[in-house]
Design a protein around this ligand. Structure first.
Ligand SMILES: C[S@@+](CC[C@H](N)C(=O)[O-])C[C@H]1O[C@@H](n2cnc3c(N)ncnc32)[C@H](O)[C@@H]1O
Length: 339
């Protein structure tokens, strides 16, 4: 690829994500299958769209290898397109609706002013509140947000479990996943370590969404308990805590408040596992360095290097031990003990 092609490829990436978003939002993928070709008019009738315009969208989705078009304008789902169906066990549809949807689109438009001025993040500039307060005010956005977190988790949890393969959990009796959403990680850890009593703490409105909680759906209700609460006020006692995609939402000072609460509440051996996109050195291009800019726009938080996590841990009474990463994973687990 020439340098000019490289710029063009980057520049028109937004078109690709918006085409992807339109397909996911309209539910195009839910009305197609991999075996039998379906035309745009049949899909348009199902989802309530203009057939001629929808054909153009589906052709573009074909050009992105999300659909396969035949010579008679019939479309089949590709393997990647199938991941955008709502009913796929590892569906990424909610992630697309969140990250390429109208709220995040609007938040990102503040990037240049944030860079010039510092101060308020894009969510505050756009919606007048930080993200978790705004989520409380906009139930539709909250529904998309929380489902997207579960969607991300289906990949990230496997990376975390693989990174922790050599960790000895035998001395632990209980584990709490802090800010654990609907409980994807909590359920996965409960399944992997049957001796652990597992809890998932999140805001009352999140764990109160009974239909979406994963433990009952996975038959793990007796193993995973949900607690509604505020991690800035109090953490439930546990021998170990996990925090996934959570510290990156907050400033250093806010992270220290959360981590100190966990340190105070920790029982027994007191272990902590922080799962994040850890920023590597300058020699390595990495998704964490891009996600960091999203955090700048969306939450006022940041992605951090292992050294920066070690400093936060030391400031909150934890002792940094190691950063573990499974092969091919984009996230790492920062491991700490009670200091
Ligand atoms: C980026 S999401 C990550 C969710 C989950 N850990 C995951 O990796 O999918 C951050 C989570 O923090 C929760 N949260 C925000 N403020 C909180 C607070 N004060 N106490 C507890 N949870 C909170 C949100 O409801 C949300 O579920």
């Amino acid at each position: 690829m020439t340098a000019a092609h490289r710029i063009m490829d980057l520049l028109f990436g937004r078109w690709r994500s918006q085409i992807l978003y339109a397909g996911a939002e309209l539910g195009v993928f839910d009305h197609l299958d991999a075996g039998r070709p379906t035309g745009a008019p049949a899909v348009a009738a199902q989802i309530g769209a203009d057939p001629a315009q929808l054909y153009r969208l589906m052709r573009a989705l074909g050009s992105l290898d999300l659909l396969a078009e035949d010579d008679s304008r019939g479309f089949r789902l590709t393997e990647a397109g199938a991941l955008l169906r709502e009913d796929h066990p590892h569906s990424l549809r909610a992630m697309v609706l969140l990250e390429a949807g109208p709220q995040h689109y609007a938040i990102w438009k503040h990037l240049v002013p944030i860079l010039r001025e510092g101060g308020e993040d894009g969510c505050e500039r756009e919606f007048g509140a930080r993200i978790f307060e705004y989520l409380g005010r906009d139930p539709d956005y909250a529904a998309v947000f929380n489902r997207a977190m579960t969607s991300y988790s289906s990949i990230q949890t496997e990376w975390a479990v693989a990174a922790l393969a050599d960790e000895d959990f035998s001395a632990l009796a209980s584990l709490c996943d802090i800010a654990g959403g609907f409980g994807h990680l909590a359920c996965r850890l409960a399944a992997a370590y049957p001796h652990l009593a597992v809890t998932g703490l999140d805001l009352p409105e999140v764990v109160g969404d009974a239909e979406r909680l994963l433990a009952p759906r996975l038959g793990l209700s007796d193993r995973v308990r949900y607690i509604g609460g505020d991690m800035f006020r109090r953490a439930p006692p546990a021998d170990a805590y996990t925090l996934k995609n959570t510290l990156h939402d907050w400033t250093d000072e806010e992270c220290v408040r959360i981590l100190r609460n966990l340190r105070r509440a920790a029982t027994g051996p007191g272990r902590l596992y922080v799962i994040e996109h850890v920023v590597p050195g300058p020699e390595e291009p990495h998704f964490a360095k891009l996600f960091d800019i999203h955090m700048m726009c969306a939450t006022g938080g940041r992605e951090r290097t292992a050294g920066e996590y070690a400093e936060l841990l030391a400031a909150s009474g934890w002792r940094y031990e190691a950063t573990r990463q499974a092969a091919g994973a984009l996230q790492s687990v920062v491991v700490a003990g009670a200091g």
